[in-house]
Design a protein around this ligand. Structure first.
Ligand SMILES: [Zn+2]
Length: 277
């Protein structure tokens, strides 16, 4: 049986007959049961098919919403979330990326368009080695758009980005290798800015793509004997710790109220600023 994707591909190759080739306008239709402010479409990037019940159970556990939601399957690993509260929906969108089973990205689209792009996922990264004059929103936007599609940069209440690293959110393609470094020529100097990714759970150490691991990599040649070549990607791409916007209690051992240690042996609070008078 053909999947929805295969059907679209087949239709694209056909010579359409009269009636099939006419594009009918829907602009005169007014009835809709979809409230765009309560709706999200989510696609789970997982190598196997997962039931919508299982997706919903995982989401309920990690979202902890005030008024809950309902789900319907609308495709393979594709579900329609209908929220009972607009604030709940906004919090879910703001909290991206979401990983189900701590591994598989659930990409959300704030619309009811099933043909939307579900390969772009918002992600937080840490950009290291920035000189202080580059720790600002303009440079963060510039750098974020080099890596993917800039979304926002983390600042303190005074819109100040200066800290141990720039924390930037941007949309990355789940079909492309992770970027590991950005290089700049700045005031006559060549600078390397390494990247680390928050909440990175599993990714391929061979090709750098998030949706599979090295043992299932379609581009990795079969190994002959013991290869001494170290992999191009590794656990050093994972940022230590992440900031969960839904945490209400301040962890006792860190300065930043949103900081959640991520199996980390290092506690980081890079934007803490204390005033002295
Ligand atoms: Zn791979």
């Amino acid at each position: 049986m053909a999947t929805e994707e295969e059907l679209s591909s087949i239709i694209g190759r056909l010579s359409l007959r009269e009636g099939e080739a006419t594009r009918h306008s829907t602009s005169s239709l007014t009835a809709t049961r979809i409230d765009p402010f309560l709706t999200i479409i989510g696609k789970l990037h997982c190598p196997r098919v997962v039931t919508h019940d299982s997706i919903a159970t995982h989401c309920r556990n990690i979202w902890s919403l005030r008024r809950g939601f309902a789900v319907r399957p609308v495709g393979e690993n594709l579900v329609h979330f209908k929220f009972n509260d607009r604030i709940d929906r906004a919090r879910v969108m703001q909290g991206e990326p979401w990983l189900l089973g701590r591994k598989y990205p659930l990409v959300l689209q704030p619309s009811y368009d099933l043909s939307a792009d579900f390969d772009l996922c918002p992600w937080w990264i840490h950009l290291y080695n920035c000189s202080l004059d580059l720790m600002n929103e303009e440079f963060a936007r510039f750098a974020g758009n080099l890596i993917g599609e800039f979304v926002e940069v983390f600042t303190d209440a005074n819109r100040n980005c200066i800290g141990r690293f720039l924390r930037i959110k941007f949309k990355i393609s789940l079909k492309k290798p992770l970027m590991r470094v950005l290089q700049f020529e700045h005031e006559g100097r060549d600078l390397n800015f390494p990247l680390q990714y928050e909440r990175l759970a599993e990714w391929c150490y061979h090709c750098g793509i998030i949706s599979h691991v090295e043992s299932g990599c379609p581009t990795k040649p079969p190994s002959v004997g013991n290869s001494s070549k170290s992999p191009e990607y590794g656990p050093w791409l994972r940022a230590k710790g992440y900031w969960n916007p839904f945490v209400s209690k301040r962890p006792a051992n860190v300065l930043d109220p949103f900081f959640v240690p991520d199996d980390s042996d290092e506690e980081v609070a890079p934007w803490s600023e204390r005033q002295f008078h």
